[in-house]
Design a protein around this ligand. Sequence first.
Ligand code: HSE
Length: 404
Amino acid sequence: MIKLAVLGYGNVGSGVVEVIEKNKDEISKKANAELSVKYILDIRKFPGDPHEDRIINDFEQILNDPEIQIICETMGGINPAYDFTKRALLLGKSVCTSNKELVADHGPELLKIADEKKCNYLFEASVGGGIPIIRPLNYSLTAEKIDEIIGILNGTTNFILSKMEKEGAGFADVLKEAQDLGFAEQDPAADIEGHDACRKLAILSSLMTTNNVNYKHIYTEGITKITAEDFTYANAINKTIKLLAMSKYDNQGNFYACVAPFMLSKEHPLYFVNGVYNGIYVHGNMLGYSMYYGKGAGKLPTASAVVSDVVDCARHLGKTIMCFWDKEDVTVAPFENRVGQFFVRIAGTPENIRSAGQFFTGLTAVPPVISGEYAFISAGLSEAEFAEKVKLLPGGIISRIRIA
Ligand code: HSE
């Protein structure tokens, strides 16, 4: 029998307890031992909860109990999760987490402690909810030089954008629905401003490069400026709009990383990733592309990924599972050097249209779908060049969205 503790009895933590109980037989077989949740840590009270007898509010009780070998950290946030995780690992207790913020911020340090103490710090649930993506990067693709990752990594924003597109729904209503369904972060800005996707991209990029990609160095733009009109244009040109997280080495070996809304065409493999689903498209120099798809948020999908890590820990007690993530920071190329095309909306005055043609050489006009406006897709140019050219337009722009 292996005894566990679950830190945080919220959406994911309660899911972890549920998964362990519902799939008891399968899990015991695969873990080669029976798993039992001995403690659930939460400062809140849960009167009448079937697990009320195991809910405690003192972490020291877990730390000082030698029976506890594996801890599921599903609290989220940096503090006190960082302190709890570090102290548990220092005592040789393995930690399985869904906490992308903590993994992105302190991953290399916590992995090193786990390695020294012959235990594990596993984080399959931190990216892509229930989708296996950490394990493929750490195990299955070890013969590859991975040179590109493009992902839809945030279920909430994908849910919002999909509903805006399909139902013409308003932003605030759909956000509320995502919150009610348990997809959204406590602070909605983490989802809609792209911070959550940024942390997840930092984790994937670190595994891709085997060094540390600091999330603070990733250019991040959210979806708050995307409007129903943008979708009208996207639809007219057979495209959709998605919040993409991208990491890529260019031909010169420069490493780029960004999170931003992009327009993508029906041919793009991520075009059909809708609702709360996430999709991650990975390019390796030998394999070519492989894609990972599934529910990117929600109680049971995320809890299932945490429990898969628990099983891995149970199978490797006293041994550290391989993970390639060193502490040296990767140099992220300045975002202003990124080259790509832009979809642009401007006021349709003759002077603006003339200037657009003059400064954005090689542009392609987009069918007029909103009266009084002119829209076009630029030729490929750098972010810096684009910003300079926008300054030359007498009326400025209404909006712009990058093209994937
Ligand atoms: N708020 C996150 C999302 C939860 O919507 O993807 C899963 O990490």
